[in-house]
Design a protein around this ligand. Structure first.
Ligand code: DP6
Length: 325
């Protein structure tokens, strides 16, 4: 082994959301989730274990990132423990999507990190094991190990061994498209990790959110198996709005939307009433992800771009799982 490896992982977008942790230390989710992996938005990460290095180093888009270093190091520690080594690493990561766009990069970032680190350490890990290591870095990263339609299992084992993602269907099985509407990226929101913790501790709707999740997962699984767009639209918007309802009812409140976010939601509902196959989903930020049938992409992008407050749109199809380069 030459102690160096590079991996590329794509961003993913949850259609049935993860919001809430069962075990903070193991980073196991309180609910399962279902996502689609995108093709054009990715993180590429090189990990080089360097004998003699005092501490890990982390460079993101050519800039040293001290804020994320502790999280990266903690994730590398798990892989070092598995390999029985103590060598520190030089990590260089790059996101191809615009920084400041307010798109979460932790999913693609940690999926690429653990895959590259495992290869650099010559660990022969299965995709399931990679998914478990990626989960420790960021819950949504467990899903970016796989391409296309992916389900994350919450699991129930006390050591987190059954809390991993699995592929449901490959990208080509149902090649939906995603138009991401970037709205004002200015306001700094509370990150998803702290946000979901706040909801779990203070939202009166949190228990209902957790209790009703199995039903949403079953509905989404069935809609994907049947390629039923209307059913998938209904359950995905319901899961998204229910997550935000739980977040809104937290103390202090978590409102991730701005005016343009709401404009996008109305525009997407208008399009759907006119017969366009499109639905929205929104994560812990003001960006709106419009999921649509391939033929509707141009119309959806044009409609969202014409709204006041929409800065730009990014378009992506569905993509593959993590790749070693
Ligand atoms: C709203 O995976 O970022 O995007 O496990 O604390 O890193 P941590 O949280 P993270 O949460 C993602 C939350 C979400 C919904 C989702 O992607 O399922």
């Amino acid at each position: 082994m030459d102690n160096t490896a590079t991996a590329r992982a794509r961003a993913n977008i949850a259609l049935v959301k993860y919001w809430g942790k069962a075990d903070v230390e193991l980073n196991t989710p309180a609910v399962g989730s279902i996502s689609i992996t995108l093709d054009t938005l990715w993180s590429q990460t090189q990990v080089r274990f360097v004998p003699g290095l005092d501490s890990d180093r982390f460079v993101l888009n050519d800039l040293s990132d001290r804020k994320q270093l502790a999280r990266v190091s903690a994730c590398l520690d798990l892989l070092r423990a598995r390999a029985g080594v103590d060598t520190r690493a030089d990590v260089a990561s790059r996101n191809n999507f615009p920084t400041g766009a307010g798109l979460a990069s932790s999913a693609s970032g940690f999926a690429a990190l653990v895959t590259a680190a495992a290869a650099a350490l010559d660990l022969q890990l299965s995709d399931r094991e990679l998914s478990i290591f990626a989960r420790r870095g960021s819950g949504s990263a467990a899903r970016s190990i796989f391409g296309g339609y992916v389900e994350m299992h919450a699991g129930s084992a006390t050591d987190g061994c059954d809390s991993y993602a699995e592929p449901l269907a490959p990208p080509e099985a149902w090649p939906l498209q995603v138009v991401v509407a970037i709205t004002n990226a200015g306001a700094k929101a509370v990150g998803s990790g702290p946000g979901m913790q706040r909801s779990a501790q203070s939202s009166p709707y949190y228990a209902a959110w957790v209790d009703t999740s199995p039903r949403d997962l079953a509905a989404a699984r069935a809609a994907i198996a049947a390629r039923d767009f209307e059913k998938l639209a209904a359950v995905a918007e319901h899961s998204c709005l229910k997550m935000h309802a739980a977040a809104l009812a937290s103390e202090p409140a978590l409102l991730y939307w701005n005016a343009a976010t709401v404009e996008c939601m109305h525009a997407i509902w208008r399009l759907r009433r006119e017969g366009v196959a499109v639905f929205f989903t929104i994560d812990a930020g003001p960006q709106v992800k419009a999921v649509c049938a391939p033929g509707a992409r141009a119309q959806v992008a044009a409609a969202l771009e014409s709204l006041p407050g929409v800065v730009e749109t990014l378009v992506s199809g569905l993509g593959p799982g993590v790749e070693l380069l």
